[in-house]
Design a protein around this ligand. Sequence first.
Ligand SMILES: [Zn+2]
Length: 271
Amino acid sequence: MNVLTPAELVLKGLGITDPSEIDLEAIAWTVGARVRYRQLDGCEALIVGNGDKAIITVNSRSYPHRQRFSIGHELGHWQHHRGRLVTCNADQIGHVGEGQSPRERSADIYAVNLLMPNYLLQPIACSYSRLTFEAVRAIADLFDTSVTATAIRMVEGRHSPAVLVCHGPQGRKWFARSPDVPSRWFPRSDLDAESFAFGVLFGNQPEDRFPRKIGADAWFERWEAERYEVTEQTIRTADDEIITLVLVTDGDMLEDYETGRRDGTHRASRR
Ligand SMILES: [Zn+2]
């Protein structure tokens, strides 16, 4: 049986049984926090606590999905770091990859579990047999979350063995990898000119409507990569930014040489 996270316990305690019921301002109020929106400079959100009460201030100029994630993040600080003034800049909220402090990481995990709790996400995610951006967008619509945050959640939540990579003109910005993909599959830092993603970022090509097959060496700089194929699908997240879903479909790529474990067949039921 899955153990409920602190955020899921809050949602369950409120009797929330549908993604549309995740009203963050109302949830904040039930734990003593009031949410307000102000123009903030050099900071995305902050929380000021006094006893059992807190005020969360969110940057009024941010996108709505960003604001929602920020409220979840500040509620994470309220859960884990109560009694302190915490200010969070844009680099600290929803940061992917290394270099994030344990405190910020725990606030992000709380936000993810509050916005996309596993007990609601899992049955919905399981209804999609293939991980595509079409599925990610449909799920993001249900949970009122960004496509990027939802894609990360699906990849890290083991829907399918996959690596999600974000690129800008200067190269790779960050990536997220399913726990079922062995760590030797580390995405290349530069976008390979052979990849379809290259045409989307630099060639003004339209987004990919479906995943397309390509040699794994377009995505992974590793001697054995040329033996395998993966699928890639790219969407644009800003004028100069794309994210690509690289699905690892060959079971041999999922063999973990260090443990001898072959662990790529799990679906969302694992989490
Ligand atoms: Zn923070």
